[in-house]
Design a protein around this ligand. Sequence first.
Ligand code: PLP
Ligand code: ZN
Length: 388
Amino acid sequence: MNVTHLECALCGLRHEAQRLLNLCHECGKPLLVKYDLEAAKRTLTKASLKGRPADLWRYREVLPVVNDANIVSLGEGWTPLLSATNLGRHLGIRELYVKDESQNPTQSFKARGMAAAVSMAKELGVGKLAVPSAGNAAGALAAYAARAGLECFIFMPQDTPRANVVECEQTGAHVTLMDGLITDCGAEVGRRKEAEGWFDVSTLKEPYRVEGKKTLGYELAEQLDWELPDVIIYPTGGGTGLIGMWKAFDEMERMGWISSKRPRMVTVQATGCAPIVRAFEAGKRFADEFPNAATTASGLRVPRAIGDFLIIDALRESGGTAVAVTDDELLAATREIGSAEGVFCAPEGAACLPALRKLMDRGLVHESDRVVLFNTGAGVKYLESFGG
Ligand SMILES: Cc1ncc(COP(=O)(O)O)c(C=O)c1O
Ligand SMILES: [Zn+2]
């Protein structure tokens, strides 16, 4: 067990580990897990990874669960980093990859975060979990909660993709569909959680989902033989994956695994809901709520993110940027990636392609850059988006 404490990402206040915590006691911002990395690196070495299981628990020393018996797993992580040579040729990018997160349990990268969060909830003695979700986080929570024998309560917008609703029902969750956005669902969880005895596992309102998601950063480095890419393009809602990768890079540098060189981190959002893009362009650190949020890429329909400053800090520190693409562009990109590479992307993941084109047009990405697009989920869950 290498966790030393939890630390507020904004004010730095120290919180004790192995306690059931949501946000900072002082300022109400997200808490991040801190490790004794000197201790971790004694057994977690590049060489030791060679013989480890092909899931995210291969990075055990930098994950928060104390007792192995509490790990709740469906085989999440260690997804392929696919070389996208056909697409790269069309675009004129020499080294283009797709990190295919649709190959996770429950078909999205949300499995990583929920594996860690549910394992910790089990370890800390939680009985009931609740989450507001755009769809994929709900499907992942329902599955992991079922496997852990915990009860879970899910709140999603009425127009969440049907597949997400059905998967939650079929894995035994209590599902409530609300007339509103994910922020309205979050407010409902907030209102009821105390009386109902629910532990709130909203994105970045509990400290462990980001720990599961950070394994994206470890994997990327390991799969590229410890040479990080030049550019990472990531479809951003709450931003946990991007924040997690940024944290992973810092941990790896401290363990002496990588240099201080970082990929340019790029946030992609839909023009119908682009609070981070707007804040980034305005030079702000905190994003205003995006009014009348609307996009078919349901995971990007997040009008307000509690980790906004963490996303924006990473974009700026890395020399990256934030780009918005239209629904027409991201839907067309789904077919383009599918036809070129055989990967049926979630619309959120497909959004990375028009974003890349815009970056090339603006001279921010070049032919010689090594670029990774994140396909965060499976297109097959979004049949409504494709007229199905
Ligand atoms: C497929 C997909 N991609 C991207 C996102 C956005 O992820 P994050 O909230 O980590 O930014 C979501 C969130 O629901 C999603 O389901
Ligand atoms: Zn604080």
